[in-house]
Design a binder for this molecule. Sequence first.
Ligand code: ADP
Ligand code: ASP
Ligand code: MG
Length: 403
Amino acid sequence: MSLIVLKFGGTSVGSIKKINYVAKIIKKHHHKKNKLIVVSSAMSGVTNDLIKKSKQISKNFDKFEYDVLLSSGEQIACALLSGALLKIGLKSRSWLSWQIPIITKGDHKSSRIISINKKEILKYVNSGGIPIITGFQGISNNRRITTLGRGGSDATAISIAKFFSADDCFIYTDVSGVYTTDPKLNSKAKKIKKISYEEMLEMASLGAKIMQPISLQDAMINDIDINVRSTFINSNGTKISNNQQLFNKNPITGIAFTKNEAKITLIGVMDRPGTAASIFKPLADNQINVDMVVQTSSPDGGQTDITFTIIKDDIKNCIRILKENKKISYKKIIHDDKVSKVSIVGAGMIATPGVTYRMFKALAKKKINITVISTSEIKISVLINQKNIKKAIRVLHKEFDLD
Ligand code: ADP
Ligand code: ASP
Ligand code: MG
């Protein structure tokens, strides 16, 4: 008898009709004589709505209460799902993470699971019951409710698979698996049958919302295979595992993009050792994450321009910190929040020369201007104007034979 973790995302439990449908999927797994642990997200839109409500109270809503508030969406979905299973004759009950408990550490809004008490859940599973566990949350050692970052139900599912040594972990969502790019943005996107942890982690970190990056890190470290599949269409999904795709004939596996970045340029910065550190240290001290950085060269050792990207939400704070920074001098700050980072990802590019050139050439042909570039072994990212995202993805998808 296998132990299987099933995670259902927000759209999968987005209405009563869908919850009843999910109950039938669970019943099918149960009939195959599997032991099941189910994780559910909040119904789609609920978490966003709770965030809006917190902002209506205060822009600086208390971080502890923020987690208590946000975690409530999952409670509703789990109780409804458990109720739906009971209605069709299965033994089920819901658990809030703190009842188990699922212990977390680290910052509120982005805590990490460090341990799970298996006793009660195992006893229930072994008695033929189906536990429905709230995703996205835990309890800290100080007995405060915590949440795991947006999309954090994935992290709960992976952690449960890890701590319970599950045989399989299914992530049920609203698309049929991981695609070469977001299928909602490009109709030519193709489903990927198998993808390595490294590539999937890179895609997710670069904006592919399908899986939470932290959950993938956990899966990679602990070698947990993940099956991503559709709740609504019965087809094989995508397997995320430790497979090597280095010899895949296609150098690029997928294309990811973000829309939540902003670009800041400091014009006329003194070009001397330590300047960059003086600019970025106070940003790091204030939890502002700097992503792409480019500095123009100044052959005469005079002045230079430094451009970098941050999350759009941080823009006001970042400019304030730069203006208050007495350790740096510059002529002007300019910023642009209508930018998007488009990235091509693929382990195959390690062994294929000319990928960068092909990317730049394809974008240039469509007159898409690149303002910042960053690369790693298996990805190339470019910053472009947001109005060109669709066009850029279409042309790159074709250029790298993903259509
Ligand atoms: P869930 O609520 O099930 O967790 P999410 O909305 O978090 O679902 O993630 C699924 C969404 O991810 C899809 O609807 C799709 O629009 C988006 N997505 C982005 N990039 C990709 C990709 N490469 N492959 C599949 N889906 C993607
Ligand atoms: N409900 C949470 C969110 O919207 C967690 C999740 O969906 O995985 O971020
Ligand atoms: Mg998600």
